[in-house]
Design a protein around this ligand. Sequence first.
Ligand SMILES: [Ca+2]
Length: 489
Amino acid sequence: MLIFANIMCFLCSAFIPGSSREVRASAEVSAQMLKKLKGKNEFTVLATVKQDRLNSGVILSVHQSDHRFLELESSGQRSEVRLHYRTKNQKDHTEVFPYSLADDQWHKISVAVSASHVILHVDCNRIYERVVEAPSMDIPEDTSFWLGQRNAAHGFFKGVMQDVEVLVMPQGYISQCPDLNRTCPTCNDFHGLVQKIMELQDILAKTSSKLSRAEEKMNGLDGCYCERTCSVKGVIYREDEGWTDGCKNCTCTNGTVHCEAISCPPPQCPAGTAPAYIKGACCKECQPVCLFGGRELVEGDQRAVRDSSGRCLLFECRDRSMHRVVPSEPCPELSCPESEQIALSNRCCKVCRGHDFCSEGHGCLEHSDCVNLEAGDCCVCKDGFRPLRDDNAYCDDIDECAEGKHYCRENTMCVNTPGSFMCICHTGYIRIDDYSCTEHDECLSGLHNCDENALCFNMVGGHSCSCKPGYTGNGTVCKGKTLKFTSSW
Ligand SMILES: [Ca+2]
């Protein structure tokens, strides 16, 4: 923000001969500059001057009657640069910088103010840096802006003056000396940071109090009764409701399904009956039996009997006795040779070796597979499941984690899954194989993003980088420090 732009041109390379002059900003320009400067606490006065030897004169003056709000003055007699201003508590203050500017040579001068921090640069050299009482830019409306003189009678600057500017921005001297890179925050930046931290602390305090109020309400909710239901295979079960799922008794407790295998006590069956599975039931029930060839058959069982002539007769157990069954159609033609044909005990039609009995329908239900045998089929539990019935028709998952039948090793947690289990890596660890995990040392493995001039620190779940002594940066990028010489005093 270049608030002296208008005047600057007016004065560009202007030669100021001496007395009898009045170089002040017009009312309109004054109002503009006032607006930009008012209330600001971070600005820089810049000028390029060639001041006559032993001359004492004002470079820039912003004042109202006796009150100098901002005045930069160079005294050749005393070899001083003076900065006059009003403090926050409305006192006049003069900050004196011993320096001989009036030597008939060209000089670039800048005075940067940032709250209570003042830096004087001459010819791009940092001459003074001080903490002072902060200036107040609480400037009244009818303030006048003068160049090269305090007023029509005093403080006449003798020499040449050009590029007089007031920049309302942090470290405005950069515009005069672009090589002076901005490295550190200004005093005003610091005050801004302090202000932000205070705001954040305020927000944190408010958030904490809201959180504790919410926690109190949550504790109150514990006393409320909220029913949590369970959904299984599209059916909703209410809290504490129980049901039978295959060979398991299940209940819904607090929204979670808990199932236990049904235990079947051996039934005490009366005479003429025997325990047998019936369709859809998990436990054997007493069924009427037929005695046939010294063995007990239950309702529906069939037996084939071949007489001496090779004729086959089929009998079925019905209502405690065997009845002859006459097949409705003849046996199908077999495509295999006689030697590959197998006679079965429960049907009259032979089958070829390798016949797919399972495809004719089977009773293998939950987590159970049908397996063909030479003369029939049977059920086998799938891998990771154990039988709930002695015919393997119903099977249940093995909880390898609970039963210690898992192979989870270092830095993992066992998680049971249907038919198997998983070894989950603890947070921050990475997988070695299916059963173990390791704390990954990115620093050792080289899989880090640290600069070559940084130190790498391995941490659980990650790493951090820190520049080596003599380097600056965030650790990911580190640069060598360079020394800059400023003029001594
Ligand atoms: Ca399992």
